[in-house]
Design a binder for this molecule. Structure first.
Ligand code: AP5
Length: 215
C-alpha cells in the first residue's frame, strides 16, 4: 500500500499516521519529522531547513526531494509507505511520480483531510509535543496525564516554534498558495479521497480505515 496524507497544517495527519502505518505494516515517512530531526541534530540539512521552518515557509524543493528519494529507496519502504507532509508543491508531486515510475510502482490513495479553519487554529495553538519520543498531545482534546509531561517517556513537553499565532497564519497561507493545488492535481488521477477530519481521534481513524480498506 502506498498512501499520501494531504491537508492543511494541524488537521491531524501526524496523529493518524503512526496508527495507519502500523496497521498496514508500511513505512511512515514524515518530512516534517525528518527536518525537525535535522534541526535538533544540527546537520547541514537541518541548518538549511531551519530558517524556512521557523518562518512558516516551505523548505526548498531540492532539499526535501533529496531527503525523500533516500527514504523511498530504503529497504523498509519496499513493502509500502505512507507519506505525511510530502508532496507539498506540484514540483514535488511530479518528482514523486517520476521516482515511482522508475520503480514500476504507483500510488494507491491520496487522503485529503478536511477541517474548518477555526478548528485547525485551535488544534495547532494547543498542540504540545515530546521532543524525545515525538508523542503529540493537545492541551484540551488530548491532554497528557500530568500537565506538560510526556505520558510515554516523562520528558517535558514543548510547543513547536512554528505553532505561534503569526507563524500559524503564515503556514496556512503557504498551504493555500503552494499545496492546495495538489488537490486538483490528484483529483484527476482518481485516487483522491476526501476525509472529514472532525470529531475525536477515534472517529477520524474509523473513517480513515473505512476509506483505505477498499484499496
Ligand atoms: P509538518 O511537520 O509536516 O507540519 P504540517 O503539515 O504543517 O502539519 P502539522 O504537523 O502541523 O499538523 P498535522 O496535520 O500532522 O496535525 P497533528 O496530527 O500534529 O511540517 C513542518 C514544516 O516543515 C513546514 O512548515 C515546512 O517548513 C517543512 N516541511 C515539511 N515537509 C515539507 C515539504 N514536503 N516541503 C517543504 N517543506 C516541508 O495534530 C495537530 C494537533 O491537533 C495536535 O495537538 C493533536 O493532538 C490534535 N489533534 C489531532 N487529531 C485530533 C482530533 N481528532 N481531535 C482533537 N485534536 C486532535
Amino acid at each position: 500500500m502506498r498512501i499520501i496524507f494531504l491537508g492543511p497544517p494541524g488537521v491531524g495527519k501526524g496523529t493518524q499516521a503512526d496508527v495507519i502505518a502500523t496497521r498496514f505494516a508500511i513505512a511512515k515517512i514524515s518530512t516534517g519529522d525528518l527536518l525537525r530531526d535535522g534541526v535538533a541534530n544540527g546537520t547541514s540539512l537541518g541548518l538549511k531547513a531551519k530558517q524556512y521552518m521557523d518562518s512558516g515557509g516551505l523548505v526548498p524543493d531540492e532539499v526535501v526531494i533529496g531527503l525523500i528519494e533516500e527514504k523511498l529507496t530504503a529497504p523498509e519502504s519496499q513493502s509500502g509507505f505512507l507519506l505525511d507532509g510530502f508532496p507539498r508543491t506540484v514540483a514535488q508531486a511530479n518528482t514523486l511520480s517520476e521516482i515511482l515510475k522508475t520503480k514500476n510502482q504507483s500510488l494507491d490513495k491520496v487522503v485529503y483531510f478536511v477541517l474548518p479553519k477555526e478548528e485547525i487554529v485551535r488544534r495547532l495553538s494547543g498542540r504540545r509535543s515530546c521532543p524525545k519520543c515525538r508523542a503529540v498531545f493537545h492541551i484540551e482534546s488530548i491532554p497528557p496525564k500530568k500537565a506538560d509531561v510526556c505520558d510515554f517517556c516523562c520528558t517535558a513537553l514543548v510547543q513547536r516554534s512554528d505553532d505561534q499565532p503569526e507563524t500559524i497564519q503564515a503556514r496556512l497561507s503557504v498551504y493555500e498558495e503552494q499545496t492546495a493545488p495538489l488537490i486538483e492535481y490528484y483529483r484527476g488521477t482518481n485516487i483522491l479521497c476526501e476525509l472529514d477530519g472532525s470529531g475525536t481521534v477515534t472517529d477520524v481513524q474509523e473513517r480513515l480505515l473505512a476509506a483505505l480498506s477498499g484499496s
